[in-house]
Design a protein around this ligand. Structure first.
Ligand code: AMP
Length: 209
């Protein structure tokens, strides 16, 4: 299963990605997580990404595409992969397609998590993230998964959320039509309980894989 997960910030991509990656035994590749890990470790890549991330803007394609290309060369992809947060614009989608075509490993499907914009701000501004495992949570002082401390991501503060949503509409939403025209798009509603959404996704994906 070679899967891309797409949806606005706050649609629950990180949470669903975690369950779907476990279900299909495939690595969860989240570009935002890779950037945050680099930021935490103080690497040059992290430093390069920081100014863009703090403003809710996209990190330049040249940086992001190379980072994903390198990740897709690692040898843990025998069962496939789940990309979360990449591609974020049509140019990235085209680079990914070229890269996968060259390796004769095209995408199996692109799963869109659809959610009303009114729900997004409420979800994101109450979201906290674990300092240790990076998983999102709401209403907990400690991470329910690993017990780590939780914090509010700089880019989950309200002014940055507004910019991230604009960036999504302007730059990322067009990849939905791109993948629809490629015949790869599957859309499921991202409203409801986490487990229900996962089941919806698995059932929709069982029709294509
Ligand atoms: P996320 O955790 O997916 O919400 O990503 C957090 C931030 O990392 C984004 O707001 C961007 O600044 C950056 N980022 C993550 N993925 C990408 C990407 N595919 N292209 C450019 N920037 C990205």
């Amino acid at each position: 299963m070679r899967l891309v997960l797409v949806g606005p910030p706050g649609a629950g991509k990180g949470t669903q990605a975690q369950f779907l990656a476990a279900h299909y035994s495939i690595p969860h590749i989240a570009t935002g997580d890779i950037f945050r890990a680099n930021l935490k470790a103080g690497t040059p890549l992290g430093m390069q990404a920081k100014t863009f991330m703090d403003r809710g803007e996209l990190v330049p394609d040249s940086v992001t595409n190379d980072m994903v290309k390198d990740r897709l060369l690692q040898d843990d992809l025998a069962n496939g992969f789940l990309l979360d947060g990449f591609p974020r614009n049509v140019a990235q989608a085209e680079v990914l397609r070229a890269n996968l075509t060259q390796k004769a490993t095209p995408l199996t499907a692109v799963l869109e998590l659809a959610i009303d914009s009114s729900e997004i701000i409420a979800r994101l501004s109450s979201r906290r993230t674990c300092k240790d495992c990076g998983l999102p949570t709401v209403g907990n002082e400690k991470c329910p998964t690993c017990g780590g401390e939780v914090y509010q991501r700089e880019d989950d503060k309200e002014d940055v959320i507004a910019r991230r949503l604009e960036v999504y509409e302007e730059q990322t939403a067009p990849i939905i039509s791109f993948y629809r025209s490629e015949g790869l798009l599957i859309t499921v509603s991202a409203t409801g309980a986490v487990e229900e959404i996962t089941q919806r996704a698995i059932s929709a994906l069982s029709r294509v894989s």
